[in-house]
Design a protein around this ligand. Structure first.
Ligand code: ATR
Length: 280
């Protein structure tokens, strides 16, 4: 790796940060494109976040990614916020102005989600109803992306229905229809795309209690969880013949615009990169 005294420095802030794949991903690209730069993990306690964030441009950082649990804190702290981040109410990527240190925050999660789907099945989000399970931060980004892509019908289903209603209200789209948790399996009828954004499936043996009987054979099922790569949700859909997309692509694609903005190079997402990350 080439790091000189002039190296451009970026990183990712979160807590915990030791499981983040972003350092591996960005440093892979830095090496591949022979860029004089580094991307480092920064673990910060809640009470220190604001102080650390403000110090970053003074230390010469050109930008940072923000991950759990600081995406909303960063949203509230940046000097300027993008339209997308405003819709989602969270920032996952920051650019610092070299001269003034002013911070610009945006959100590339919706972009990453959409590209991961579109690269495999172009136009899929337009073809019919999309079912989204969950109403946390990730669901907000996924729904914002779907609304932006003009998905004709987004059926939003969450165990706590009020949270789904809040997302509908904030994104202010008639295309979002909130369904009750009791009707979670019924909501699959004639859906073309099904997305799990809940955290169910991260732990071994965990499974979202959805009955796939009403799921059409041509529907595509995706999970934004990438560890494990094949959640039970994905495996169960695949076993009955549905096409599936795992969540790793979303992670890779959301990183693309950040790398481009900081290091001035559009990095490639391909199988070689996927395999490299999977080996980590
Ligand atoms: P993130 O920001 O990653 O989306 P989050 O804000 O903690 O994480 O949201 C987690 C989501 O998983 C929520 O939609 C949550 O449902 P509730 O709003 O009802 O809590 C969902 N979730 C977590 N555990 C669940 C479970 N056992 N069954 C169904 N949904 C669950």
């Amino acid at each position: 790796m080439k790091i000189s005294g002039k190296a451009k420095i970026a990183g990712v802030i979160g807590n915990p940060i030791d499981h983040s794949l972003s350092p591996k991903l960005h440093n892979y690209w830095l090496e591949k494109y022979e860029i004089d730069g580094a991307y480092i993990p920064i673990s910060v306690e809640k009470e220190n976040f604001s102080e650390v964030f403000k110090a970053l441009p003074k230390m010469g950082f050109i930008g940072v990614n923000i991950t759990v649990p600081y995406k909303v804190d960063a949203y509230n702290m940046v000097d300027e916020v993008s339209k997308t981040a405003k819709k989602i109410g969270a920032v996952n990527m920051v650019i610092f102005d070299k001269k003034t240190g002013a911070s610009y925050g945006t959100n590339t999660d919706a972009y990453g989600f959409l590209l991961n789907i579109e690269k495999k099945y172009e136009g899929l989000t337009q073809k019919g109803p999309v079912v989204v399970y969950g109403a946390g931060g990730a669901a907000r980004a996924v729904c914002a992306g779907l609304v932006e892509a003009n998905a004709p019908e987004i059926r939003l289903v969450n165990r706590t229905q009020e949270k789904a209603l809040m997302i509908k209200d904030e994104l202010n789209s008639d295309n979002i229809k909130v369904e009750s948790w009791a009707k979670r399996s019924f909501a699959l009828k004639n859906a073309k795309l099904v997305v799990n954004t809940t955290s169910v499936g991260m732990k071994k043996g965990e499974e979202l209690p959805i009955d796939f009987t009403d799921l059409a054979p041509d529907a595509v099922v995706t999970d934004i969880i990438y560890n494990p790569l094949k959640t039970k949700f994905i495996r169960r859909a695949g076993a009955r013949g549905n096409r599936t997309i795992d969540g790793l692509g979303m992670l890779l694609y959301q990183a693309q615009p950040a790398f481009k903005a900081w290091f001035d190079k559009q990095p490639e997402v391909n199988d070689e990169l996927r395999n490299y990350i999977l080996k980590s």
